[in-house]
Unconditional design. Structure first.
Length: 617
């Protein structure tokens, strides 16, 4: 018998619940038809070996293994086995589901037989599993002569199963229930996340199973009166009545749990004309707060954007008050694709959290990123802002302007043409990044001056091209490039690079603290060999980026992802330079292992600089 068929048999043994064919198919990455054929084959093998066991299907529920001699099934599996359950997550799922659904003790020896694994491997699995259980206030205990069991309040036990070990597929009955849940949400005029109906139906499956075995949900760790007054309570209560008619008994406390799930999965608020008075007042308050937020972030937004943002913040705030974290499957991709907007979202979350007295999750910041990504373009133009000067501001200046527009119109933005006598009063604002003059000229303000011929011959074109190239790459400094470092932790790498930037006068001392704060809010490795740390708010005196390659990969952030290349970006506190080209290049590095390998091979700044210039985006 092959591994897949053994996997099906091992998945079903020891459980007194049914598992749907769809779920088995999803777990094993095959079709439901393949599962049906495999089960027929398994039953033939069991019959041939004279094992008193059989897998039976129940319509609307799934497959279940029936036997009066569990030891005979174990001997059968041992006879035909090749390898055990390979993945740690699969072994952990089996342990938790066995203990949660069977309500039996589990001896280590029996677990070893079931999982076909070594004692040391199981010990490691259990150690890692305890870290998962801790998050949900559940412990894995051991009673002498009996074995392992789960200990915790019913609310947290159910939350553990629902969040960490969700059902991978649904039975026909559950699919019908999901349609009912979706219809109820529409009746109450709010939209749910795409996975909401599935998770709510999974909870009902869990609750029904536990109730039958005498494990009742007696309380939830929230203000019951407040939950009953939430708009999301109404569809939850109505859902309970519908289920009772179908023969599924749920308690009034189960309604509170389902209310929390509706709160968790609600995407946007309802329209203004059907808000409750409480929600309408909160809507107005958040709308005012949004205006303050935009001012704090120095952003401009249309009224439509503000409306959409405020509608999103109503359910987001409610989740934060209950400590609920929404599902955001695209979080890592959002962080990687829109790093600038994600940083804006994080700063917004911190600002709003302080004003509202709550803590927003990283997942919420991911959703807000999509709003900030849709803001009207408020960042500076990617073109370099140029002022043209000549003796009179008329003849030769106009010739030069036309020539620059023809040759460099995609890279340079001419913001003014002036005569030399009046240059000082005009070249005073940061938008001017270069003065092109037809006569020798000195500008008192910090703005470079290039003297060129009005006809812009080839040699002047080359000078201008060099300036454009250097302008884009000036953020790199030879003194901030550190190849082949032997640092071993993310904290020491950040400290080393931040200290280098600080000591060279590019940023104040608080750069290190602000960079640590950013990492604490959300890691910056984005699931690649590259990390991109930066302060939570810009604080530098000049835009610079410190670069380090490491001899060996190191774990980065809470996720402990392996990182070997680090870019620490420090921007001016009043940055007006568009750095989209830089973010694009770092993105290329994150997504392209070939580029990562090439960067790691660079030993000098010159080599790195040349490599960096050749990265296309």
């Amino acid at each position: 018998m092959d591994r897949r068929k053994l996997s099906i048999l091992k998945r079903l043994r020891g459980l007194d619940i049914s598992i749907s064919g769809n779920q088995l198919a999803k777990e094993l990455n095959v079709s439901s038809r393949t599962i049906r054929n495999d089960i027929k084959t398994i039953n033939l093998f069991l019959e041939y070996d004279e094992v008193n066991a059989c897998i039976k299907a129940t319509r609307g529920k799934g497959y279940r293994l029936y036997t009066e001699d569990a030891s005979a099934v174990e001997k059968f599996i041992k006879k035909h086995r090749t390898d055990g359950i390979v993945e740690q997550s699969e072994r952990q799922r089996w342990l938790v589901e066995y203990l949660f659904y069977s309500n039996k003790f589990l001896k280590i020896e029996d677990a070893l037989v079931h999982l076909f694994t070594s004692r040391s491997t199981l010990s490691h699995d259990i150690k890692q599993l305890k870290n998962i259980l801790d998050k949900w206030h559940v412990t894995l205990e051991s009673k002498p002569n009996y074995g392992l069991y789960l200990q915790g309040e019913e609310f947290y036990l159910r939350s553990l199963i629902l969040n960490e070990f969700p059902r991978l597929a649904s039975s026909d009955d559950e699919k019908e229930l999901q349609q009912t849940i979706t219809r109820l949400a529409k009746q109450f005029h709010f939209t749910l996340h795409i996975g909401a109906a599935k998770e709510i139906s999974h909870y009902i499956y869990i609750a029904s199973n536990r109730e039958k075995r005498g494990y009742h949900l007696k309380q939830v760790p929230y203000d019951t009166g407040q939950l009953c007054n939430e708009r999301e309570y109404q569809p939850s209560a109505k859902l309970r009545k519908l289920l009772i008619k179908r023969g599924l008994k749920l308690s009034s406390t189960d309604v509170l749990f389902i209310t929390l799930l509706f709160v968790k999965f609600r995407v946007t608020s309802v329209q203004n004309n059907i808000l409750t008075e409480k929600e309408a007042n909160l809507f107005s308050f958040i709308a005012d707060l949004t205006n303050h937020l935009l001012s704090y972030l120095s952003l401009y937004a249309t009224d439509e954007w503000k409306q959409n943002f405020t509608q999103h913040m109503l359910p987001s705030l409610k989740r934060a008050r209950y400590g609920l974290i929404p599902q955001n499957e695209l979080l890592e991709e959002i962080k990687k694709q829109y790093p600038e907007s994600f940083d804006l979202a994080l700063r917004a979350m911190i600002y709003l959290g302080e004003e509202l007295g709550v803590t927003f999750s990283e997942e919420e910041a991911g959703f807000l990123t999509l709003h900030f990504q849709q803001l009207p373009q408020s960042s500076p133009s990617e073109k370099i802002s140029v002022v043209i000067a000549c003796r009179s501001g008329i003849g030769s200046a106009q010739i030069l302007k036309k020539k620059v527009d023809q040759l460099f119109g995609d890279k340079l933005n001419i913001i003014g043409v002036f005569d030399a006598a009046h240059m000082q009063e005009h070249v005073i604002e940061p938008p001017c990044q270069l003065v092109l003059s037809t006569i020798p000229l000195t500008v008192k303000k910090n703005c470079p001056v290039m003297t060129v011929n009005p006809l812009l011959p080839l040699k002047d074109q080359e000078k201008l091209q060099t300036f454009i190239k250097n302008h884009q790459t000036s953020i790199l400094k030879s003194s901030l490039y550190f190849p082949k470092m032997t640092l071993t932790t993310d904290q020491t790498v950040i400290r080393f690079l931040a200290d280098a930037i600080i000591q060279q006068g590019y940023a104040p001392q608080k750069l290190l603290r602000l960079t640590y704060e950013r990492e604490e809010v959300s890691g910056t490795s984005f699931g690649s060999a590259v990390a991109f740390p930066h302060p939570i708010t810009p604080c530098g005196y000049e835009n610079v980026m410190a670069v380090a390659s490491l001899k060996k990969p190191i774990p980065w952030g809470h996720a402990a992802e392996k990182v070997q290349i680090v870019f620490l970006l420090s921007l001016r506190h009043d940055n007006d330079q568009n750095l989209s080209y830089l973010y694009d290049r770092v993105m290329q590095m994150m997504e392209n292992p070939v580029l990562q390998k090439q960067l790691l091979e660079q030993h000098t700044f010159e080599g790195f600089h040349s490599f960096w210039d050749e990265v296309h985006f």
